[in-house]
Ligand binder design. Structure first.
Ligand code: NAD
Length: 418
């Protein structure tokens, strides 16, 4: 299996796992059972393009473990998607769901494509064909998808429609992150970013940082954008934002509503005149209180971990910090890391709420959704901080150990069939 998954992101997820398993002192047999993904699915996805050609895309889905319930995780559209990357993301989803006590195993899907160069009709055909290729492997009690990088509510609506057409009746619970008119939950679209903002504010209070703290966000997509908007509403100042095209920096603060409008009109931040344009790597090194990587993996590495100038590193993206960078950050005690599996867990928590609402056909108000979300985040934030302080370990190891420990325990109690 190792050969199939060869990829730097998967290697990083395995090294993080090994460190937490060492800390937990897991026996070798439990490690082997807990670490490796259960199912790896790769499909060819043929699509009629607008110019009449047929292009075949590679689509993946990895279901990491089945010990606690159905698997759950996002679907990513990006040119960098590979089976190894998807497997790493599925593994992190397992530890995240267990950490926040959701009855799920982790999963992740992806299609190797550039969503920015596909037309809307091509995107729809790609999504529908991928969904139909996945029908034998997914289901409301088997595996439930959600949006991730490059996918959104509309993509989830096409998936729900394709699956429901096949089933012969409406199946809203097959995906989460849908539009509310199709059974989506109130607050799901903003949930990941809101969760990030909630945890950042908890850290700001804990370290008595100024309420008008300076925030830099790499990745002004769904997660980064809502994290920034909520933090701004609670007094913080966004001084830097970026996307795949460029980064914008303005010491006085950026008008995020204007940035959203610019991206909606032009597709990216390039040309947004509210600040100085710089590269993504330069933006990460600017001084701020809160640095939020909210885009891709491995952006904080050994080349810049010693140079970032923040007090809180809030990992909204999955896997933004390499193992080498972690070693450097361990010695930089002034930086408080909110590790990814905690920091962005608001997304899957509200996805869980959406799934529960769809199964029951009984829908909650936005106030109920956020009240329940914040109660979970508050509890788990305190658990991770106290585990780290009590055992003098870093926050990542604490969060991973709490998540991995629960999965290992469930597998042990269920024991091995036959
Ligand atoms: P998105 O597609 O809405 O936004 C991604 C943003 O990152 C875009 O602005 C894009 O231009 C930018 N980007 C892409 N490549 C980049 C690069 N190399 N450098 C700088 N910016 C780049 O995606 P999203 O849903 O906001 O997801 C962002 C991250 O959050 C991902 O790591 C994802 O796995 C994680 N996440 C998302 C959710 C969710 O609910 N959407 C939940 C948990 C975790």
């Amino acid at each position: 299996m190792k050969n199939l998954l060869e990829n730097p992101v998967f290697e990083m997820a395995c090294r993080q796992y090994d460190a937490a398993a060492d800390y937990l002192d897991l026996p070798q047999s439990a490690r082997e059972r807990t670490k490796w993904p259960k199912r790896l699915i790769t499909v060819a996805v043929p699509v009629s393009m607008d110019d009449g050609r047929v292009e075949v895309f590679a689509g993946h889905r990895v279901q990491h473990h089945l010990a606690l319930g159905p698997t759950k995780g996002g679907l990513r559209y990006s040119p960098d998607v590979s089976l190894g990357e998807v497997a790493a993301l599925a593994m992190w989803m397992s530890w995240k769901c267990a950490l926040v006590n959701l009855p799920y195993g982790g999963a992740k899907g992806g299609i190797t494509c550039n969503p920015h160069t596909l037309s809307r009709t091509e995107l729809e055909r790609l999504t529908r064909r991928y969904t139909s290729e996945m029908i034998p492997f997914i289901g409301t009690h088997t595996d439930v998808m959600a949006p991730d990088m490059g996918t959104d509510e509309q993509i989830m609506a096409w998936m729900m429609d394709t699956y429901s057409t096949h089933a012969g009746h409406s199946m809203p619970g097959i995906v989460t992150g849908k539009p509310t008119c199709l059974g989506g939950s109130m607050g799901r679209k903003e949930a990941t970013g809101r969760g990030v903002a909630f945890l950042v504010n908890r850290a700001i209070e804990r370290f008595r940082l100024p309420s008008d703290s300076r925030v830099i966000i790499q990745g002004f997509g769904n997660v980064g954008r809502y994290a920034g908007i909520v933090l701004k509403s609670t007094g913080a100042r966004a001084i830097g934002i970026s996307d795949y095209a460029c980064a914008i920096y303005n010491k006085a603060g950026i008008d995020l509503a204007a940035a959203v409008k610019h991206v909606e009109k032009h597709g990216c931040l390039r040309g947004f005149s509210e600040g100085q344009e710089m590269t993504n790597s330069e933006l990460l090194l600017q001084e701020c209180e809160v640095l939020i990587p909210a885009a891709v993996e491995r952006v904080i590495d050994e080349s810049n971990a010693g140079k970032i100038k923040c007090r809180i590193l809030a990992e909204a993206a999955n896997g933004p910090t390499t193992v080498e960078a972690d070693k450097i950050l361990k010695d930089r005690k002034e930086i408080f890391v909110i590790p990814d599996i905690l920091c962005n867990s608001g997304g899957v928590i509200v996805s869980y709420f959406e799934w529960v609402q769809d199964l029951q056909n009984f829908f909650w108000s936005e106030v109920e959704v956020y009240d329940r979300l914040y109660r979970i985040l508050e509890t788990v934030f305190e658990q991770v901080c106290s585990e780290a302080e009590k055992h003098r370990i870093d926050n990542r190891t604490a969060a991973l150990a709490l998540g991995i420990g629960k999965v290992a325990e469930a597998k042990k109690v269920r024991s091995l069939f036959p």
